[in-house]
Design a protein around this ligand. Structure first.
Ligand SMILES: NC(=O)c1ccc[n+]([C@@H]2O[C@H](COP(=O)([O-])OP(=O)(O)OC[C@H]3O[C@@H](n4cnc5c(N)ncnc54)[C@H](OP(=O)(O)O)[C@@H]3O)[C@@H](O)[C@H]2O)c1
Length: 166
């Protein structure tokens, strides 16, 4: 079973603004789609509400403490971390990718073995920040600088880290 995190952060570890992403970076959305397609994505109720609809082609799990929170058909509502870990271990052929937000990343810090991070070298205003991680426990296994163009205006890069003891 692999539990991964996937997120994009700007300077100061900013990840969110008013329920949404602070930036427009379509190359990152494309990378996110490629990495998560056919996998299990796990998101907090606020991130799900901000997206407004499930991510197609993926098993969508929404985490909420509300047992009757309404989700779209096909979306799996779970109420605690243990239920997500049980689902992940019952589906080992798929990667379980935690896609945020900040509250949900904090809950899975001790279980995560792989990190997919997009670093955006720019400053935005916002209100939600990536929780601190123990980076010494991870080694970088992939890195790619992003191409800047008219639609992707900020310097950015994609990196993958793997837990050293895995
Ligand atoms: N840049 C990125 O890569 C990225 C990725 C994802 C999200 N974001 C941004 O992050 C922001 C949202 O993050 P957030 O931290 O405010 O919210 P969040 O993590 O998306 O969702 C928080 C909700 O998760 C549920 N929850 C929290 N702890 C729980 C537990 N122990 N058991 C069960 N459910 C639990 C609660 O739902 P209930 O209140 O319903 O109980 C809580 O309100 C948005 O701006 C979004 O756009 C950015």
């Amino acid at each position: 079973m692999t539990i991964a995190f996937m997120w994009a952060e700007a300077r100061d570890h900013l990840i969110g603004a008013n329920g949404h992403l602070p930036w427009h970076l379509p190359a990152d959305l494309q990378h996110f789609k490629q990495t998560t397609l056919n996998q299990i994505v796990v998101m907090g109720r606020k991130t799900y509400a901000g997206m407004g609809k499930p991510l197609p082609g993926r098993t969508n799990i929404v985490l909420s403490q509300q047992v009757d929170y309404p989700v779209a058909p096909g979306v799996i509502l779970l109420n605690n971390v243990a239920a997500v870990l049980d689902y992940a271990s019952a589906h080992p052929q798929q990667e379980t990718i935690i896609i945020g937000g900040a509250q949900i990343f904090a809950l899975f810090k001790e279980y995560v073995t792989r990190l997919y991070v997009t670093e955006i070298d720019a400053t935005f205003s916002g209100d939600t920040y990536m929780p601190a991680l123990d980076w010494s426990a991870f080694k970088r296994v992939a890195f790619q600088a992003g191409e800047i163009d008219t639609k992707n205006k900020y310097p950015y890069s994609f990196a993958t880290y793997q837990r050293r003891d895995e």
